[in-house]
Design a protein around this ligand. Structure first.
Ligand code: SAM
Length: 276
C-alpha cells in the first residue's frame, strides 16, 4: 500500500495561525518536504517537531517529486510545506501531487492560511466569484496583456505582487481596466497588517509617491460592478471625462466598453441610445 501525501498549510506571518492538525501531521510523517530547510526548521522548533526535512523547491521540484513518489510507493508518509501559507499556491507542491496520484497514493490537504483568500474576504469586494491570477508578470507589456485578458471576467480579481512593483501594477491596471475599486492587502496577519481600500487611481497616487514595504495581495473589483463609481455615470459623461483627461474619443469609447465588460459596438449602441 502506498503511503499518504499531506499538503500542510503553515502560517503566512503569525505563528498562532498554525493548526493543531498541522502540528500533529508534521510530527507523525516520515519526512517533511520544504522549500528552505533553515526556515522550516525554525517553524518546527517553535512547535517541538523533530521530523526529518528534505528540500523541495522550484529548481529541484521535478527530481525531488520522483524521490518523494518513491518513498510513498514504499509505504512512507510525506508532508509538503512551503515557506508560508498553502503549498501549491504559487509555491512548490503541484508536481509531487501529480506523481502521488500516478502511483495511487492518497493526497490529503491540511487546510490553513492562504494570503489571497484572506485578502479577498477582508477587501469588502464581492466574494461570490473570485479570479485568482497568482503573480502578475514582471514586465509592463506582459502585465498589461494579463489585465486585458481578465478585464471582462465577472469576478473579483486577485493577484500577488511584490512591494517594488505594486505601484507599477496598479498603474497598469488603471490603464487597462479603467478606474475600479481596489484593495491592497499588506502584511496580512503580521504586526504591520494594513488593508488599504480605494479606487485604483487613489492607490496609485499613494504608492507612487511612497514605495511601500512588505508582502502584498492586490484585489480589484469586477467590470461593471455597482461598487465602482465610474460605471454609475452615463457612457457619454464618462467619455467626456476621459476626453478632458486627454484621451481621444475612439480610445475613450474602447476604455468605457472595457470598464463595463461589454464590446465596443455595444458601448457605441448604448451611447447612441443615450443621445436619443
Ligand atoms: N503559498 C502562499 C499562500 O498560500 O498565499 C503564497 C506564496 S507566494 C511565493 C508569496 C506571495 O504571497 C507574496 O509575494 C505576496 O504577494 C503573498 N503573500 C504571502 N504572505 C502574505 C502576507 N502575509 N500578506 C500579504 N501577502 C502575502
Amino acid at each position: 500500500m502506498p503511503g499518504t501525501l499531506y499538503l500542510v498549510a503553515t502560517p503566512i506571518g503569525n505563528l498562532q495561525d498554525m493548526t493543531f492538525r498541522a502540528v500533529e501531521v508534521l510530527r507523525s510523517v516520515d519526512v517533511i518536504a520544504c522549500e528552505d530547510t533553515r526556515h522550516t526548521r525554525k517553524l518546527l522548533n517553535a512547535f517541538e517537531i523533530s521530523t526529518k526535512l528534505a528540500s523541495y523547491h522550484e529548481h529541484n521540484e521535478e527530481e525531488r517529486a520522483d524521490e518523494f513518489a518513491k518513498l510513498l510507493a514504499e509505504g512512507k508518509s510525506v508532508a509538503v510545506v512551503s515557506d508560508a501559507g498553502t503549498p501549491g499556491i504559487n509555491d512548490p507542491g503541484f508536481r509531487v501531487v501529480q506523481k502521488a496520484i500516478e502511483i495511487g497514493a492518497d493526497v490529503v490537504p491540511i487546510p490553513g492560511a492562504v494570503a489571497f483568500v484572506n485578502a479577498v474576504i477582508a477587501s469588502g469586494l464581492p466574494t461570490d466569484s473570485i479570479y485568482f491570477g497568482g503573480f502578475l508578470p514582471s514586465k509592463t507589456g506582459d502585465r498589461k496583456k494579463r489585465f486585458r485578458e481578465v478585464a471582462a471576467i465577472p469576478a473579483t480579481l486577485v493577484f500577488y505582487e511584490t512591494p517594488h512593483r505594486i505601484a507599477a501594477a496598479i498603474r497598469d491596471a488603471l490603464t487597462e481596466l479603467g478606474d475600479r475599486q481596489a484593495v491592497a492587502a499588506r502584511e496580512l496577519t503580521k504586526m504591520h497588517e494594513e488593508i488599504i481600500r480605494g479606487m485604483l487611481s487613489e492607490l496609485f497616487e499613494r504608492f507612487a509617491s511612497d514605495q511601500p514595504r512588505g508582502e502584498f495581495v492586490l484585489v480589484i473589483d469586477r467590470a461593471g460592478s455597482e461598487t465602482s463609481p465610474s460605471i454609475s455615470i452615463s457612457i457619454s459623461d464618462r467619455i467626456a471625462q476621459l476626453e478632458i483627461e486627454g484621451v481621444d474619443h475612439k480610445t475613450a469609447l474602447k476604455q468605457v466598453a472595457k470598464e463595463r465588460g461589454i464590446g465596443k459596438s455595444e458601448a457605441y449602441r448604448l451611447l447612441q441610445s443615450e443621445k436619443q
